[in-house]
Design a protein around this ligand. Structure first.
Ligand code: PLP
Length: 435
């Protein structure tokens, strides 16, 4: 049978820019033609030609339980039968807000939106409204969605395509963002010493995973808390990717409680929506109450708190118990160790970096020797080794993220059979990367 993907991709490119609804899906940095997916179940995705792959993308994070978990699908179907969207309050959104608050002690109130981008955009506006200041500090390599103020030196697709930022961001808007190297407390101290009274917020990924996985150095997030508090700025912890994935209370639950820091605002998405378009801004009640209708900071959404999305989110959080996290952690450990061992056996210089159950593979001598603690280091990799590695895995029936700068996502549905397939594919891929 001829491969239908090239023709489908040509058709897609004729009507959709780049043929995709989000840039990294286009395989731009790995070459070849993206697979058009027809269905997904558990740890597998199946393309329109009927070929099945063990999936390590999991929709870029949401699939904590695996694809199409029967109880989540049933909850969405039941919700759909009751109506797709009301534009009015629902009990489910109250229950979901209560569930978020019950899990994440740093959250007193929650505002639901539809995407992580909206959540961080709202966090920026709220921080500016609350402090009366304009400047936002972000870290190079951290991605917070395609928000004007947060696109400078962002990771994710911008890292994949080696873009410093985006056209179309007004200079005046870019001038309100200060970008600091990640894990560099001294650089942040210098910025605060000079302009601390103008800074509305520091926005950071709780544990960055959009320049590959680059865990915060011990005490780094706590230092952000100390500096922001000293200067009257807010700390926004972006847990869109880590929230409800690395543990029941996200990265903050793993580290923040132990380190004794509490952010003012947190953003969530991905797992929270269980695969449906849903995200949230949470945090201190006095800040959240500044949002309309109680406060002067405007924010709204026709589909916010959508009943299908809240049903998926509620079902997902109800199912995501300690056993689920133990299974995801264990699967991630096995796959991360095996990827490292396979590359080691072929003499490919590399470093596997981890943050909880998130991990990614860094390629090259510099990464192997020094590790990767910043975006500058993340960009010093042997990127040419990734396309052959990626395609060897794909040919062996394992779908990796089509970019070196993304985390590999496991789920509680990655059982022994799925993991066996990954382990069987790794040696050949490592050989391809060594060539
Ligand atoms: N924040 C982080 C840490 C993310 O990883 C992402 C998406 O990858 C976003 C924000 C943006 O979320 P969305 O793609 O839902 O707009």
């Amino acid at each position: 049978m001829t491969d239908p993907m090239p023709e489908l991709f040509a058709r897609a490119r004729a009507v959709i820019p780049g043929g995709v609804s989000s840039p990294v899906r286009a395989y731009g940095s790995v070459g070849g033609t993206p697979r058009f997916i027809a269905s997904a179940r558990g740890p597998y995705v199946t393309d329109v030609a009927g070929r099945e792959y063990v999936d390590l993308v999991m929709s870029w994070g949401p699939g904590l339980l695996g694809h199409a978990h029967p109880e989540v699908v049933a909850a969405v179907q039941a919700a759909a039968a009751r109506g797709l969207s009301f534009g009015a309050p629902t009990v489910a959104e109250v229950e979901l807000a209560e569930a978020v608050r019950a899990r994440v002690g740093a959250v007193e109130e929650v505002r639901f939106v539809s995407t992580g981008t909206e959540a961080t955009m709202t966090a920026v506006r709220l921080a500016r409204g609350a402090t009366g200041r304009d400047l936002i500090v972000k870290f190079a390599g951290c991605y917070h969605g395609h928000v004007d103020a947060l696109l400078a030196e962002a990771g994710s697709g911008l890292a994949t395509f080696a873009l410093p930022g985006s056209a179309g961001v007004p200079a005046a808007s870019a001038a309100t963002t200060i970008v600091v190297p990640y894990n560099d407390v001294a650089a942040l101290e210098a910025v605060f010493a000079e302009r601390g009274h103008e800074i509305a917020a520091v926005v950071t990924e709780a544990a960055p995973a959009n320049m590959g996985v680059v865990p915060p150095a011990p005490g780094f997030n706590a230092a952000l808390r100390r500096l922001t508090a000293e200067h009257g700025a807010l700390l926004v912890l972006d847990e869109v990717l880590t929230g409800f994935r690395v543990g029941p209370a996200g990265w903050w639950g793993l580290e923040g409680v132990a380190d004794g820091y509490t952010p003012d605002l947190l953003t969530f998405g991905k797992v929270l929506g269980g695969g449906m378009p849903l995200a949230a801004l949470g945090g201190r009640a006095d800040l959240l109450e500044l949002l309309a209708p109680t406060g002067p900071v405007y924010q709204a959404g026709t589909l916010s708190g959508n009943p299908l999305a809240t049903a998926a989110g509620l079902a997902t959080l109800r199912l995501a118990d300690t056993d689920v996290y133990a299974r995801v952690d264990a699967a991630a450990r096995v796959v991360a160790d095996a990827a490292g061992a396979a590359l080691e056996a072929q003499g490919v210089p590399h470093r596997v970096q981890r943050a909880g159950n998130l991990f990614s593979v860094m390629l090259g001598e510099a990464a192997a020797r020094d590790g990767v603690a910043s975006y500058a280091q993340a960009q010093r990799q042997d990127v040419f080794r990734y396309p052959p590695f990626f395609h060897a895995m794909l040919d062996a029936g394992v779908a990796l993220p089509p970019s070196l700068y993304e985390a590999w996502f496991l789920s509680a549905a990655h059982d022994d059979a799925a993991i066996e397939r990954i382990l069987a594919a790794l040696p050949g891929a490592a050989r391809a990367a060594a060539a």
